[in-house]
Design a protein around this ligand. Structure first.
Ligand SMILES: Cc1cc2nc3c(=O)[nH]c(=O)nc-3n(C[C@H](O)[C@H](O)[C@H](O)COP(=O)(O)OP(=O)(O)OC[C@H]3O[C@@H](n4cnc5c(N)ncnc54)[C@H](O)[C@@H]3O)c2cc1C
Length: 460
């Protein structure tokens, strides 16, 4: 069987690896000149690699841990204590341990107890997601934890993920996060531990690529798919036409890529690209086979863009790994100080800080380059640490991912598109189908595995 996978992110690479293990040679087409998609890394000097967007794992991320084991890399992930803070009312407040909640100054003592009790009740007794599907997190929290808990804790946390759409997010998303993320028993009850691979996420991508190639497949980077069509003489196969090298400079829309002569026919095509890219890949005949009903589901999902400024800084901004920015006057939603989690020695003594934002498409901050973005953020960075000065920044990189965060609103489950499209041999597996969990590399591994099984059923 000839199978193409479009996209060499975690889902695409996992699916291709599993298909390889099942005896199929798979061609993976990737737009970017590197592997890993949203978890891709860059060389930050001295051969050390770091993710373009901040990344860590939770202890509950079993699918990705099993994948590491399957690839013969069982000890690859290190688990380290995390440290969390809120920046609110002009100050940093620790929020790492349950005791920190009980002392959290922005909440009244009664609100702290009410919040803590509601979280424990959710974790212990609320096993069924159904009641949380039809209500927003805001409405549920205001009802059961109180207004203050929304204003001071959960609202800022959800803004850190969904920007201005925080008020519309379904409670089921938060329910799943609370139930999965934090064990209320054992070692993690006191202080959360987070995972990070010793050699960054890159080692996983390299191992997956080796596995795919070992099974006779090809991993083609800087080789995007430009279109998917159904050749007349193809006996029901699908044709992938590749875009020319360097197409990534033209943006994300495959219709803007120069096409190569290279077109190859496949028994099955698994796309792991975002919804809008997927639709634009389809030639009119295949789009007709997929049909309006399926395409309408794809169009109904809204994405927010992740805008990330990665700074190499001379000294630490704070002592925390993860800071939720609750002060809406600041123009960003989170500060992730990677080298407060992984020691700077791993990077030749250098320190790295991510300034995080999630924004709707068309937001003016998305037009700024790294220098202009840093200038826009500097007053906010000084609000967090008054000593911060422009001279602290040695290097700045700006990354933007338009399809970073699907907005999970009430009724989302009914709009989830199935992995198999109505077009024969054509499948779609992307972050919009991770539900109700927060999308992440762990769930991309789960999705890739499910997609591989669906391909095998389709062609079996
Ligand atoms: C700011 C940020 C922080 C995150 N933090 C974490 C974290 O801490 N922990 C965690 O586990 N996860 C985190 N994630 C999420 C995680 O990175 C993603 O959920 C996961 O990587 C998604 O994998 P995927 O393969 O489904 O999608 P993607 O990674 O989006 O892969 C899709 C691939 O398709 C490619 N593509 C697009 N168009 C074409 C085309 N025409 N032809 C061929 N290829 C194409 C893209 O270049 C990309 O490589 C974070 C994401 C962001 C943005």
């Amino acid at each position: 069987m000839r199978i193409a996978v479009l996209g060499a992110g975690v889902a695409g690479l996992t699916a291709a690896h599993r298909l390889g293990r099942a005896g199929h040679a798979v061609d993976v087409y990737e737009r970017w000149p590197g592997l890993g998609g949203q978890a891709a890394t860059l060389d930050v000097g001295d051969g050390a690699r770091l993710e373009r967007y901040y990344h860590h794992l939770f202890t509950s991320d079993g699918h990705i841990q099993a994948l590491y084991a399957e690839l013969g890399m069982p000890g690859a992930i290190e688990w380290r204590p995390s440290s969390v803070a809120f920046f609110a009312r002009g100050a940093l407040h620790p929020f790492t341990t349950p005791l920190d909640l009980l002392r959290f100054p922005p909440l009244s003592p009664a609100a702290r107890v009410r919040l803590g009790a509601a979280v424990v009740a959710l974790q212990r007794f609320a096993g069924d997601p159904a009641p949380f599907e039809r209500v927003t997190a805001r409405a549920w929290i205001e009802r059961w934890m109180g207004r203050q808990a929304w204003e001071e804790v959960w609202g800022p946390l959800l803004r850190g993920k969904f920007g201005a759409r925080a008020d519309d997010i379904a409670m089921v998303w938060l329910w799943s996060k609370l139930r999965l993320r934090r064990s209320i028993r054992g070692e993690d009850a006191r202080q959360e531990r987070l995972g990070y691979p010793r050699e960054s996420w890159e080692a996983l991508f390299a191992a997956l690529a080796r596995s795919i190639e070992g099974a006779g497949g090809r991993v083609l980077t800087d080789r995007p798919a430009a279109s998917v069509s159904r050749p007349d003489d193809g006996a029901g196969r699908l044709r992938v036409t590749a875009g020319a090298p360097g197409s990534f400079r033209r943006g994300h829309d495959p219709r803007a890529f120069d096409r190569t002569e290279a077109a190859e026919d496949y028994d099955a095509v698994l796309a792991t690209v975002p919804n809008d890219v997927f639709e634009r890949l389809l030639d009119p005949g295949v789009a007709g086979e997929v049909g309006e009903a399926y395409l309408a589901r794809l169009r109904s999902v809204e994405y927010f863009t992740a805008l990330c400024l990665l700074l190499e800084v001379e000294r630490p901004l704070s002592r925390f790994y993860w800071t939720n920015v609750a002060d809406r006057a600041l123009p960003f939603v989170g500060l992730i100080e990677h080298t407060n989690f992984i020691e700077p020695e791993r990077y030749g003594g250098r320190r790295f800080l991510y300034v995080a934002n999630y924004l709707p498409h068309g937001h003016p901050l998305l037009d700024l380059d790294a220098g202009a973005l840093l200038a826009a953020y500097e007053p906010g960075l000084r609000a967090v640490n008054p000593a911060f000065a422009h001279g602290w920044v040695r290097r700045a990189w700006r990354f933007a991912e338009p399809a970073a965060q699907p907005i999970v609103t009430v009724g989302y489950a009914e709009r989830l598109p199935p992995l198999r499209t109505p077009a024969r041999g054509l499948l779609l597996a992307n972050t919009t189908q991770v539900y109700p969990e927060d999308r992440g590399t762990n769930y991309a591994v789960r999705l890739g595995g499910a997609a591989a099984r669906a391909v095998l059923e389709r062609i079996g």
